[in-house]
Write a protein that binds this ligand. Structure first.
Ligand code: RP5
Length: 169
């Protein structure tokens, strides 16, 4: 069946619907900046042809940054990066069983020279940071977004300072 995703500057791809719960923090972070990402479930192993087609056509759809999340032998980010020159941000995920995401971390980060994947932390923190990092890339050519990111950082700083002040009371 054709996926009729709306055009978006960012795509969030994950290897399985079981990854969606963790990747929701990535999608929500984009929504907080009023960006609706193209979201797909594609697998380097289960749907390699569709994954390749997605990556090869991403630029012509207007996608500027791709986020790819997977667990276990997490080849998705690398497989997409091999088919596009758009920056690919990888999010390694912990599977229900196994070495707590270290398998996916190494699979995602250990790309051969010339085909990089910007690899984030394992799990929810990495999922959120993938969105923030993508927003930072988009902000290089979007002054409004750059201002929103500056405000986001300032709010984060104030929250941390308030926690420090609360401890002193
Ligand atoms: C990976 O295998 C997926 O990204 C997921 O993290 C893991 C398990 O997939 P399911 O068996 O839950 O579909 O390819």
């Amino acid at each position: 069946m054709m996926n009729t995703a709306r055009q978006s500057p960012v795509a969030v791809v994950m290897g399985s619907d079981s990854d969606l719960e963790v990747m929701k923090s990535c999608i929500d972070q984009f929504r907080a900046f009023e960006i609706e990402p193209e979201v797909r479930i594609l697998s380097a192993h289960r749907t390699p042809a569709a994954a390749g087609e997605f990556a090869r056509t991403a630029a012509e759809r207007g996608v500027k940054v791709i986020i790819a999340a997977a667990g276990m032998a997490a080849h998705l980010a690398g497989a997409l990066a091999a088919q596009t020159t758009r920056p690919v941000i990888g999010v390694p995920l912990a599977a229900k069983e196994g070495p707590m995401g270290l398998d996916a971390l190494l699979s995602t980060v250990q790309m051969p020279p010339g085909v990089p994947v910007a690899t984030m932390a394992i799990g929810r923190a990495g999922a959120k940071n993938a969105a923030v990092f993508a927003l930072q890339i988009l902000a290089l050519s979007d002054a409004d977004l750059a201002a929103k990111l500056a405000a986001f950082r300032e709010a984060q700083t104030q929250t941390a300072l308030q926690k420090d002040a609360a401890l002193k009371r």
